[in-house]
Design a protein around this ligand. Structure first.
Ligand SMILES: N[C@@H](CCC(=O)N[C@@H](CS)C(=O)NCC(=O)O)C(=O)O
Length: 229
């Protein structure tokens, strides 16, 4: 096996497990239990200096040399190039996909992540923050709904942009969203959910899905551990 996937079952991890399953790429799964602090291990930090998963190491990179990559968007582009799938070659189409992938990386991921944080994990209920991120999530859902009223998949054909966005729509209830309010997004969500590669991607280590954070996990995610280095 030449490709190592450093992974834990969260929306950012699923992006890559879905892509690997969709392309039927063989890989060696390396669990990084982020609730117990494995993301801070020196050997993992060499691959992912931002102490976040997912990350990959391809021992047989595009030029035959080993390569390691962190940031899920970069990993998706890399795997699309390696497999020749889900990222069109034609510049117009290619940049439509990259544009929606960046929309996910710069907007959907960070904002919906903050909605999860303030709605569920923050030790105090700060109504300003809850309202701000819940409304911003609704706004981003509306942008997607509008786009999906015109095209079947986010960037036209099914692509890495869908694989990046879909995992973040899975926990829509935790973000205070009702998919019935976004009919085109709902139609897309149900279509993507039915893809066998998506089901296989979501099933990877699904027994370890994070439900409630214990004190150790909270300390690892939000406490001094993040700022020690
Ligand atoms: N922008 C990064 C975000 C990755 C990320 O936030 N991963 C989280 C889990 S979803 C993580 O590893 N957290 C560990 C930590 O906060 O220490 C990407 O898209 O790869």
């Amino acid at each position: 096996m030449t490709l190592d996937l450093y992974y834990w079952p969260t929306p950012n991890g699923w992006k890559v497990s879905i892509m690997l399953e969709e392309t039927e790429t063989r890989y060696n799964l390396i669990p990084v239990n982020i609730t117990t602090g494995e993301q801070f291990k020196p050997e993992f930090l060499k691959i992912s200096p931002n102490n976040r998963m997912p990350a990959i190491v391809d021992h047989n990179g595009l030029d035959g040399n080993p390569i390691s990559i962190f940031e899920s968007g970069a990993i998706l582009v890399y795997l699309a190039e390696k497999t020749g799938r889900f990222l069109p070659k034609k510049p117009g189409d290619r940049y439509t996909v990259i544009q929606w992938l960046m929309f996910q990386m710069g907007g959907v991921g960070p904002m919906l992540g903050q909605a999860h944080h303030f709605r569920q994990y923050a030790p105090e209920k700060i109504s300003y923050a809850i309202e701000r991120y819940t409304k911003e999530t609704s706004r981003l859902y509306r942008v997607l709904d509008q786009q999906l009223s015109q095209v079947e998949y986010v960037a036209g054909d099914y692509s890495i942009a869908d694989m990046a966005i879909y995992p973040w729509i899975v926990p829509h209830e935790k973000q205070g969203q009702n998919l019935a309010d976004f009919p085109h997004l709902k139609r897309w969500f149900e279509t993507v959910s039915q893809r066998p590669g998506v089901s296989r991607g979501l099933a990877v280590l699904s027994e370890n899905r994070i439900k409630n954070l214990d004190e150790t996990a909270k300390e690892n995610f939000f406490g001094a551990r993040q700022f020690q280095r």
